[in-house]
Design a protein around this ligand. Structure first.
Ligand code: NAP
Ligand code: ZN
Length: 357
């Protein structure tokens, strides 16, 4: 489909998975010419989100192969369309999960375009011209300027890259629940991975008491000493879970695999909220009684709007929040995906796209 789209004349080197083995190999493909609303970006870094694993392995059953993953992109602008005044050549920019939206519906008008029902995603989406979108595991990207943000000067391009997905996905729920300017709340973060570690940093920056709820005892020391978590409990230990019964105001669940929400819900105070951002392939178990007896709510949230994403990056610059990353070369992508699947990274792999393999 993509190879025949008329104005897709630019040849780009990237990395793609071709089937559900999820194995990534070099892949050369075409991108559209830089249109009047577009900017062209030389990609410097791209984070490896667990969503990339869900896609390359077709966990969700929606993958269109070949898939070029990557939606935690930082780079430099090399070309600017005639309608674009916000950016100039050389600007340090970022691209996250969103590639386009209808720009007409109520959600788009209210700067909540991440909930537009015509939303086009940065990869494994179908763009307006019928082409399949290819993501940031590639040397260059053509992006609509309305879906590009500026990376503040003080943030390093490698450690900022995961903020474009992991960062905004956990920032948006904090904002939604008025947790930016109301310190002193008791917050729980379930799953200490890419999303979870940024969530701890936001929680602390906004003055909250943060409890990590994890399956990995090996992560406790670092969570407390390096990331600043106030408490750390093991979700498979009933006694530790009982010790936090009805103590938390708000919980953010970032777990990528199937699990039950029942034990986690019991940690919430009456009327507390459990926000799901993790996206397991199978439905999570949601027993009714912990919701009924505690008048608790379970909600979901999908990345964030472009306005929120820029705000989030500016907040990170202000509070000096950056991701804890392990930089890999392009010939180490398979090893990195494999280690991420085995829960063996602290806390985000970032591909050095511009560097030599
Ligand atoms: P990640 O780095 O792999 O972190 C996930 C964490 O979940 C792991 O570090 C682990 O933490 C915990 N975990 C893993 N398997 C588990 C299991 N079987 N039971 C309980 N806990 C388990 O992944 P990520 O990149 O942060 O992404 C997390 C999820 O969010 C993925 O499903 C991804 O697709 C989704 N996501 C959603 C959005 C959105 O817009 N809603 C955006 C980005 C990502 P512990 O070792 O501490 O237990
Ligand atoms: Zn992501």
């Amino acid at each position: 489909m993509t190879q025949t789209t008329l104005n897709h004349t630019q040849t780009v080197s990237g990395w793609a998975a071709h089937d559900a083995s999820g194995i990534i190999t070099p892949y050369v493909f075409k991108r559209r010419e830089n249109g009047e609303n577009d900017v062209t970006i030389e990609i410097l870094y791209c984070g490896i989100c667990h969503t990339d694993i869900h896609h390359v392995k077709n966990d969700w059953g929606i993958t269109m192969y070949p898939v070029v993953p990557g939606h935690e992109i930082t780079g430099l602008i090399t070309k600017v369309g005639s309608n674009v005044s916000k950016f100039k050549i050389g600007d340090r920019v970022g691209v996250g999960c969103l590639a386009a939206s209808c720009l007409r519906c109520d959600f788009c008008k209210q700067e909540e375009e991440n909930y537009c029902d015509e939303i086009q995603l940065t990869y494994n989406g179908i763009f307006w011209d019928g082409s399949i979108t290819y993501g940031g595991y590639s040397k260059m990207l053509v992006a609509d300027h309305r879906f590009v943000v500026k990376v503040p000067e003080s943030l390093p391009m490698d450690a900022a890259a995961p903020l474009l997905c992991a960062g905004i996905t956990v920032y948006s729920p904090f904002k939604d629940h008025n947790l930016l300017d109301s310190p002193g709340k008791k917050i729980g973060i379930v799953g200490l991975g890419g999303l979870g570690h940024v969530a701890i940093k936001f929680g602390k920056a906004f003055g909250h008491h943060v409890t990590v709820i994890s399956t990995s005892p090996s992560k406790e020391k670092e969570a407390r000493e390096r990331l600043g978590a106030d408490d750390f409990i093991i979700s498979t230990d009933p006694q530790q879970m009982q010790s936090k019964f009805r103590t938390l105001d708000f919980i953010l669940d970032t777990v990528s695999a199937h699990h039950s929400l029942g034990p986690t819900l019991e940690l919430l105070k009456v009327k507390g909220t459990l926000m799901l951002v993790g996206a397991p392939d199978k439905p999570v178990d949601l027993p009714a009684f912990p919701m009924i007896f505690g008048k608790r709510a379970v909600k979901g949230s999908m990345t964030g709007s472009m306005k929120e994403t820029q705000e989030m990056l500016d907040v990170c610059a202000k509070h000096n929040i950056r991701c804890d990353i392990e930089v890999v070369k392009s010939d180490q992508i398979n090893e990195a995906l494999d280690r991420l699947a085995r829960n063996d990274v602290k806390y985000r792999f970032v591909i050095d796209i511009a560097g030599k393999p």
